[in-house]
Design a protein. Structure first.
Lengths: 221, 195
């Protein structure tokens, strides 16, 4: 069991490619068996339009634009179901060209005190270099990037740390695990990306958690 | 690296986007003031987001992939659940009120376990999927409701993946035949007769 537990959590899977938003309706997902009949009936549809489709179920929010498909959950018990929904959708829509994928994990953690919160900012971005340039400088955002993926795929891993805008005083962590197909400009179908999704998922999920908890430990949160 | 430009948010410009217009009209027509206000707030955030994309070190597409574009949360999406322990299960036997499953710990490296579950733990939707061989995810944790109440939870969610296509079945049969040949396990004909 990981400690501390995040105050807020989001996991999202984003595909970049070419989509027809209008088909992404709860009834389509239900007819393909990707969601249940009762889930379909309880779906909250925000908009279905040729350019955009947004709806949510109790555990997932689906958002589709012409160049982007994303599913996200704020509920950890459904992480694997989120992967299955993304994987299942484009196993069926196998001729949809998918070029890029982001598996993104976001967590917010409360910090015990404002003093400790400032201390973390000082640790991540020491202030002495700013002396004489800024008065009372504060860290607003820090992004670190691993440019060459360890698994050999095209893409990168990016970690962003910011003061949490939702939990005060708190920290916001964002992990963007980004993968691209070998030839993004000529991607013909979904097979390459969803095969990568299936292959890297367990490691990606574990690594993102390890990165966040590793940093928390080093920052003594 | 170019520095991000300080740009103030221009609502008029954002509203030139036909999608934004349509969403705003939808909320106005339905007198949904809460969503309308949130949507306008999110448009403002998007204004800030666009400014951040002007940094050379962060190409536009890399920034864009981080999050969905429209980020206003409806009230009903405020429920949040945390897993303390998670397993992937495979159903081995189904009886009248219970089912038995093999469990693989997804949180820690623990040995495989077996457990009995009450069928009542499974949602009406997922009960149609309950049969030997079905895969499910089991999570123990807690759920925070929209009103802040914290509830201990046990969530069982069955895996939903499309049925295998004929091509996939054929490919799997070819791979199986190749494995049989490699380990010298009888002829293809004998193997296919055996099913």
């Amino acid at each position: 069991m990981r400690q501390p537990q995040p105050n807020l959590y989001t996991l999202s899977i984003v595909f970049i490619g070419n989509f027809n938003p209008k088909i992404f309706q709860p009834s389509w997902f239900a007819s393909e068996g990707l969601i249940g009949k009762q889930e379909e009936e309880g779906a909250k549809v925000e908009i279905i339009h040729p350019d955009i489709a947004i709806f949510s179920l109790q555990w997932v929010r689906v958002q589709v634009l012409r160049e982007r498909f994303s599913v996200e959950t704020k509920q950890q018990p459904y992480d694997e179901a989120l992967r299955d929904l993304a994987f299942g959708t484009f196993t069926i829509l196998k001729h949809t060209p998918l070029k890029k994928m982001g598996i993104n994990m976001f967590m917010h953690f409360r910090v015990d005190s404002v003093e400790k919160w400032h201390g973390i900012g000082d640790k991540l971005a020491p202030k002495n270099i700013w002396e004489g340039i800024l008065q009372k400088p504060g860290m607003k955002s820090l992004i670190m990037k691993e440019s060459i993926r360890r698994d050999g795929y095209r893409g990168h891993i990016e970690i962003k740390i910011e003061p949490s805008p939702k939990v005060e005083p708190g920290l916001f962590f964002s992990i963007n695990d980004h993968v691209e197909v070998k030839e993004p400009d000529t991607a013909m179908g979904s097979d390459e990306i969803i095969t990568i999704l299936k292959e890297i998922w367990p490691e990606s999920h574990r690594r993102s958690e390890d990165m966040i908890y590793g940093l928390l430990e080093r920052l003594s949160v | 690296m170019k520095l991000a430009q300080a740009v103030s948010f221009d609502t008029t410009k954002a509203m030139e986007n036909p999608l934004h217009k349509q969403l705003l009209k939808q909320f106005t027509d339905s007198h949904d003031e809460v969503r309308k206000r949130r949507f306008l707030e999110d448009l403002e955030k998007m204004g800030t987001f666009e400014v951040e994309q002007k940094e050379e070190r962060l190409p536009q597409e890399e920034m864009e992939i981080l999050q969905p574009i429209l980020r206003y949360d409806p009230e009903e999406f405020k429920e949040r659940a945390v897993s303390l322990q998670k397993w992937e299960g495979v159903v081995t036997e189904v009886e009248k009120d219970i089912f038995n499953a093999r469990l693989l710990d997804l949180t820690d490296d623990n040995p495989e376990e077996e457990a009995d579950f009450s069928i009542e733990e499974v949602s009406e939707d997922d009960r149609k999927l309950l049969k030997p061989g079905a895969v499910f995810y089991w999570s123990l944790g807690y759920l925070t409701t929209g009103t802040g109440q914290v509830i201990r939870t046990s969530i069982v969610k069955f895996r939903r993946l499309p049925a295998w296509t004929e091509t996939e079945v054929k490919r799997a049969q070819e791979q199986a035949a190749e494995i049989r040949r490699t380990i010298g396990w009888g002829s293809d004909e004998a193997a296919s007769r055996a099913g």
